[in-house]
Every structure is written in C-alpha cells, then in structure tokens.
Design a protein. Structure first.
Length: 67
C-alpha cells in the first residue's frame, strides 16, 4: 500500500481502531526483531517500514486528540 493511501485509511479510522492497529504493529515489530536476532529475517527493510507506520499511527492519534 502506498504511503498516502495508508495515511488516508488511518485518518478514516476511529481512535479505538487506531489503538488496535498500533498494538498489531508493535507485535509485528517485536516478531521482526526476534527473527532478525535469530538470523531468520530475509527482508530487513520491513523493520524500518513498521517503525515508520507506528510513528504515523501515533501522529494521527495525536492529531485526533488535539482536534
């Protein structure tokens, strides 16, 4: 999914849905780090992508809280 489309999808979600998305992303990041530590991870750039997605989710949650 493209970045702009992903951000639009996040903005359309409620705060509760964003919390669920955040938890899922954090679990995925944990699993990716674990795989990387055990040398099972093939696509290491996925870690960076998930970290940025977590930041995007948090930013939109902050926007909604301030609005």
């Amino acid at each position: 999914m493209k970045t702009k489309e992903y951000i639009q999808d996040l903005r359309a979600k409620s705060v509760d849905e964003l919390n669920v998305e955040l938890v899922a992303a954090k679990k995925e990041l944990f699993n990716l780090r674990f795989q990387n530590a055990t040398n099972q991870l093939e696509n290491t750039s996925r870690i960076k992508e998930v970290r940025r997605n977590i930041a995007r989710i948090r930013s939109i949650m902050t926007e909604k809280a301030n609005a």
